[in-house]
Write a protein of this length. Structure first.
Length: 65
């Protein structure tokens, strides 16, 4: 008989246990993908903000001349 090291993986709970004792599924943390609508809205808002910023800079630098 050989002594094998025990696996470092956690053991699974028995399948016949009630649901209340089953571990909760892990929730993903960190990055979550955007929907198409969210990405489109973000892009639209960025383009508007960029245009407004450009207009403001031109107005301010035009006054300095």
């Amino acid at each position: 008989m050989t002594n094998r090291p025990q696996s470092s993986r956690p053991s699974r709970p028995p399948q016949n246990e009630p649901e209340e004792y089953a571990p909760e599924p892990r929730r993903r943390s960190g990055y979550q993908r955007q929907s198409i609508g969210e990405a489109a809205a973000k892009s639209f808002i960025r383009s508007i903000a960029s245009s407004i910023g450009r207009i403001l800079v031109r107005t301010i630098t035009g006054r300095m001349r």
